[in-house]
Design a protein around this ligand. Structure first.
Ligand code: S3P
Length: 171
């Protein structure tokens, strides 16, 4: 299997970190949002507008199942992957789950009011969403990386180190 799955709230760096990690670890990079956009031939905002969040979540679960059904992949999820209870089991069985953790304030500076993110319209609801999901990310993760003040490079190094440590405890 050997998949690595990145989880975390909007703005946690899943895409940026994921692409670098995939390259460094010789894994094939996949992005769940991209998979959904290609599969539905619609953009994420378009899906939310025309079909609604629930239909988006169906597509998201389908994408997660498809992408975890393969090996040597780096899979970057969308922030809401922990919304559906069933996804938690798929995550656990699908690979090593790495949670990129950051404070809601930091996340808001990176992803707030982004027109491509239908659920980042105002800080109050952004925070509320974060509070609802935070324990789910923790519960789903094999590794938690506090990205706090780390640069992209440092975050990548921290993930690699944690993966090696995890591997050595499993050997
Ligand atoms: C969402 C996060 C987005 C995207 C969609 C919904 C969420 O992905 O899947 O807008 O519910 O948090 P990113 O985490 O990559 O922004």
């Amino acid at each position: 299997m050997n998949n690595i799955i990145l989880i975390g709230f909007m703005g946690s760096g899943k895409t940026t970190i994921g692409k670098i990690l995939a390259n460094d670890l010789s894994l094939e990079y996949f992005d769940i949002d991209e998979f959904i956009e290609e599969n539905t031939k619609m953009s994420i905002p378009e899906i939310f507008k025309k079909a609604g969040e629930s239909w988006f979540r169906d597509q998201e679960s389908f994408a997660l199942s498809c992408l975890t059904d393969g090996s040597n992949r780096l899979i970057a999820t969308g922030g809401g992957i922990v919304e559906r209870e069933d996804n938690l089991e798929v995550l656990k069985n699908g690979g090593t789950v790495v949670y990129l953790k950051a404070s809601p304030d930091k996340l808001w500076t990176r992803a707030g009011k982004d027109p491509n993110r239908p659920l980042s319209t105002d800080l109050a609801s952004f925070r509320k969403l974060f509070d609802r999901r935070r324990s789910r990310y923790e519960a789903a993760a094999d590794i938690v990386i506090d990205t706090g003040s780390l640069s992209v490079e440092r975050t990548v190094e921290a993930v690699k180190k944690a993966l090696e440590e995890l591997k050595s405890t499993e050997d």
